[in-house]
Design a protein around this ligand. Structure first.
Ligand code: B12
Ligand code: SF4
Length: 587
């Protein structure tokens, strides 16, 4: 096999998570990942596919998922055994500030002459600091679209050329000074990428390594995939590092780049060839306009897999009916954030509770199979009592808005979780915390890296607000979690046994938070470390799915979730193409 050009590594949030005793809390309860944040960015697959299309050989290695799934897996050995022309590591989400840097260090330890690049949202925000402070990082490839800059960089590394000509690149000049090339590549559309995961399937066969390509721990049991409508956002939620303003400042993007509706529908159909799992269509399909939404729904009409759609603002009855006519199986996700209009508006979402309630009624009437409603803790103007008011409001949602129509099982499911672990760099609140009633506790990469290894999520949080300090954010999270869990048990949304197990976990987590606080108040650092280590088994058992079971987020699936014969066809096609290519070379 010819030499690999690039290995893309995904690190766990905290590199030593298997050794450290950290009560992560409900930081990842509402995403498919565990608190290790083992999911790699969807961009790994588009970068890999784009580079392969241009003649480079690329492999994805999800170190985080392997460390989670295999107790004996040694990431350092794995890194040592790889010998590509370059390594890429995502520092996309800030919670990877510890793991990504540690993995970069290990790569440099074993491959001192091999270039290491970082990329993703957080790397883009901190590009100068990363190059100035961390010698293990050679390059940052900035922006929300790095496929083409990566091709340019890989070409310079392979064939020679001037690094100053590579779009979006931050690098160290021969004088050691940090140089940031302009963001020359920021396309207006998503026509240049392929978003159908066929690269992943091919690579599994090529490297005979399914374990390293899996996006998150239980993906084989629940093969959810994502389809991307856009890069960018037109909204301005105050704490979001992916808002219109953040995109402009970080990526110099003036407006979102949209996937064409027909390509988006094709992405879904390609996914359904190998997976019967749900497809999450990321981004409100009405964001580019109603014409786009209508064209997409027409192109995807009758799609057999469950489809998850999200709404960023209320919708009309006609729109929900149109969705109902187009998709046989669909789930809707809406973010109400708070029951209180004043809190939601301070957060930057301008709609009212009443308008969103109407939308929910339309969605249920139009036949959505599930309606997930999300609330958040840690918002501007939100007090402890306001959080408990939200939990109370969920009773009304479940009992009145979704009254279990005509004897059907309940479909509306409320969720609540804290804004954690971090406020996003680049968000309005991060940039100007005091003006929004926030106190920021970490600003630099190094401060975040250190925060991540604190013993409980209370100490990891990088903010508090004038309305709630960190203790109140933690207390209200557990209290609201208990209230919602009870509501779900009492109304049959979750089985009693599941609810009772969650309740036990919440009580346990609360006790552990108090124990950790006691230990942290001790003066003797050695004793503190010893006592924290002794807590590890209990901490580990309280770490997964704190305020709700992860399975509560899952759309029920039958047993045949992956279409193995179809995946095999993709693999065989790839094999044939490679054999043909090597035949041509030999000839
Ligand atoms: C879709 C999405 C998700 C999906 C992720 C799907 C996936 N696997 O990528 C889900 C819902 C699972 C998710 C989860 C989380 N998310 Co999110 N998410 C988004 C969202 C809405 C869109 C992202 C997007 O458009 N991606 C597409 C493009 C831009 O990225 P990409 O294709 O993956 O990667 C390209 C570039 O970023 C770059 N790149 C990325 N990695 C690398 C690596 C290298 C080496 C290089 C060179 C380049 C590179 O090149 C890629 C190709 O061009 C944004 C908000 C927004 N409007 O942007 C938030 C956002 C990215 N998420 C965010 C956060 C905080 C999270 C969570 C940590 C939340 C939590 N506490 O649970 C988790 C982390 C999950 C994990 N890793 O396990 C923040 C990040 C802020 C920050 N700097 O830390 C954002 C900005 C806003 C927000 N608060 O939600 N998220
Ligand atoms: S949270 Fe708001 S600003 Fe951020 S991606 Fe979602 S809609 Fe856009």
């Amino acid at each position: 096999m010819s030499r690999l050009d690039l290995v893309l590594l995904h690190a766990p949030s905290v590199y030593d998570f298997r050794k450290e005793s950290i009560l992560y809390g409900p930081v990842s309860d509402l995403v498919p990942s565990t608190p290790v944040f083992e999911m790699y960015p969807i961009g790994f697959t588009t970068i890999a596919e784009y580079l392969e299309r241009h003649g480079f050989r690329v492999r994805i290695v999800n170190l985080a998922v392997r460390m989670l799934r295999e107790r004996r897996f040694d990431p350092e050995m794995m890194i040592r055994s790889l010998n590509p022309r370059a390594f890429g590591i995502d520092l996309h989400w800030m919670p990877h500030a510890h793991g990504a840097i540690e993995v970069a260090r290990l790569v440099k330890k074993h491959h001192p002459n091999t270039p290491v690049f970082l990329g993703g949202f957080s790397s883009t925000y901190y590009h100068r600091e990363l190059l100035a402070e961390y010698p293990e990082v050679d390059f940052v490839v900035r922006g929300d679209s790095t496929e083409e800059p990566m091709r340019q960089l890989m070409t310079v590394l392979r064939d020679g050329g001037d690094l100053a000509d590579v779009d979006n690149l931050t690098w160290r000049g021969p004088d050691g000074q940090v140089r940031a090339n302009p963001i020359g590549f920021s396309p207006d559309t998503l026509d240049h990428v392929l978003l159908d995961y066929s690269y992943v399937i091919r690579s599994v066969a090529r490297y005979r390594d399914l374990a390293s390509a899996i996006p998150f721990r239980h993906w084989l049991d629940y093969p959810i995939t994502a389809a991307l409508t856009c890069r960018g956002c037109t909204y301005g939620c105050k704490t979001c590092g992916g808002s219109a303003r953040a995109y402009e400042q970080l990526h110099e993007r003036q407006r979102p780049a949209y996937r064409s509706p027909s390509d988006l529908a094709q992405d879904l159909r390609s996914i359904s060839r190998f997976s019967k799992g749900p497809v999450f269509v990321l981004g409100d399909i009405r964001q580019p306009g109603m014409d786009y939404a209508e064209a997409f729904l027409a192109a995807v009409r009758g799609f057999p897999n469950p489809v998850i759609l999200e709404l960023f603002e209320p919708a009309s009855r006609e729109f929900m009916q149109l969705v109902g006519r187009s998709l046989p199986h669909w789930t809707l996700e809406v973010s109400l954030e708070s029951h209180d209009d004043e809190v939601r508006q301070a957060f930057g979402r301008p709609y009212t509770t009443a308008a969103m309630e109407k939308t929910m009624e339309y969605a249920l009437e139009a036949g959505c199979e599930r309606l997930d409603v999300f609330f958040m803790i840690g918002l501007p103007k939100q007090t402890y009592d306001s959080v408990m008011g939200t939990a109370e409001y969920c009773r009304h949602l479940v009992h009145d808005v979704d009254a279990g129509r005509n004897g059907q099982p309940r479909r509306l499911i409320p969720f609540i979780s804290p804004l954690a672990p971090f406020l996003d760099p680049g968000s309005e609140v991060f940039e100007n915390p005091e003006a929004h009633g926030y106190r920021l506790l970490c600003r630099t990469v190094e401060e975040h890296r250190r925060a991540l290894v604190q013993p409980s999520w209370k100490y990891v949080l990088n903010y508090e607000t004038v309305w709630m300090n960190r203790d109140e954010i933690v207390d209200s999270t557990y209290a609201a979690g208990l209230a919602l869990n009870r509501l779900k048990m009492d109304t049959g949304i979750i089985p009693r046994a599941v609810g009772e197990a969650t309740e036990k976990r919440i009580h346990k987590a609360r006790r552990l938070i108090a124990q950790i606080d006691d230990i942290m108040s001790m003066g003797d650092a050695g004793l503190r470390a010893k006592l924290l280590r002794a807590l590890k088994p209990q901490v580990d058992s309280a770490n997964i799915s704190t305020v709700c079971e992860k399975s509560e987020l899952e759309v029920p699936l039958g047993w045949a979730k992956l279409n193995v014969p179809a995946a095999a066809t993709v693999i065989l096609r790839d094999l044939r193409q490679r054999l043909a290519r090597s035949g041509q070379k030999a000839g």
